[in-house]
Design a protein around this ligand. Structure first.
Ligand code: AMP
Length: 281
């Protein structure tokens, strides 16, 4: 498995492997610190594309000034081994200056969606995400790019971006991978102390509570949000950022859950911000 470091190398690789044989290129953008959630995306990409590029880039523009950019876990040797084992053809590990050349002044802003959910509490976050994903899709000339439902608001922003920019890359959304006790896998889980790890289970508990209520026929957003709020009230050390029922495409609040509505939560467990969600049936 080759390690590529420049956009020119990635583009050259993509063009050479595509050839004239109808080979397809899959792209899995990540920030590294790979876990079983990332592995599931790489496996899905390898199952549906002839060649897979895994991007590993801690993207500075999606972190706020007081966020964890400097401390974000960087585990490159283990990442390479995992990517290779799951079927990556190459990994793309650019330096910051490679994706943001000196004087970089071009950003992708998905209006309306970028300030909803995580975008509301992390101003500029989705602008950074959309910008870096557009750069990766264009550089890799990817046929398909694979993202986790774990970051459901991100998926909505990127689908809008691909539609609006008429990009040639199709977005594939993969299910949330969880620990046996329900905690959604996240690179940030490694920040949690054992006590915080236990408290963090309230996020998946709140989501499950809502899924159960919906299965029993409850559809009112007010009742679903209140039930999740009650679940969080049982874990007072965890500070809720948002609890929302929204249309998954627009991220606008809805009053009544419909099939495909997004129920999403974010909360602070100590100094660590975690998210979870469900697409309602
Ligand atoms: P990140 O490295 O956190 O930027 O995530 C890279 C990709 O992995 C994103 O598309 C995430 O949605 C996805 N991902 C992260 N955690 C999970 C998970 N627990 N299950 C499925 N996909 C995930």
């Amino acid at each position: 498995m080759e390690i590529l470091r420049t956009v020119a190398e990635l583009r050259k690789w993509s063009r050479s492997v595509r050839g004239d044989d109808g080979n397809t290129i899959g792209l899995v953008p990540t920030m590294g610190a790979l876990h079983a959630g990332h592995a599931s995306l790489i496996r899905a990409a390898a199952a549906s594309c002839s060649q897979v590029a895994v991007g590993i880039f801690v993207n500075p523009t999606q972190f706020g000034p007081n966020e964890d950019y400097a401390h974000y876990p960087r585990t490159s040797d283990a990442d390479c081994a995992l990517a290779k084992a799951e079927g990556a053809s190459v990994i793309f590990v650019p330096a910051v200056e490679e994706l943001y050349p000196a004087g970089a002044a071009t950003f992708v802003e998905v209006e309306g969606l970028s300030n909803r959910l995580d975008g509301a509490s992390r101003p500029g976050h989705f602008r950074g995400v959309a910008t870096v994903v557009a750069k990766l899709m264009i550089a890799a000339e990817a046929d398909r790019a694979f993202f986790g439902q774990k970051d459901a608001a991100q998926v909505a922003v990127l689908l809008r971006m691909v539609t609006d920019l008429r990009l040639a890359t199709e977005i594939v959304v993969c299910p949330i991978i969880r620990e046996a006790d329900g905690l959604a896998l996240s690179s940030r889980n490694m920040y949690l102390s054992p006590a915080e790890r236990a408290h963090a289970l309230v996020l998946s508990r709140a989501v499950r509570t809502v899924e159960t209520l919906v299965a029993k026929g409850e559809r009112r957003a007010s009742a679903l949000v209140a039930a999740a709020g009650q679940a969080f009230a049982g874990e007072p050390t965890v500070r809720v950022d948002y609890i929302e029922l929204v249309d998954w495409a627009t991220l606008q609040p809805v009053e009544t859950a419909l099939p495909g509505s997004l129920f999403a939560v974010a909360a602070w467990v100590g100094a660590t911000r975690l998210i979870d969600n469900a697409i309602l049936g």
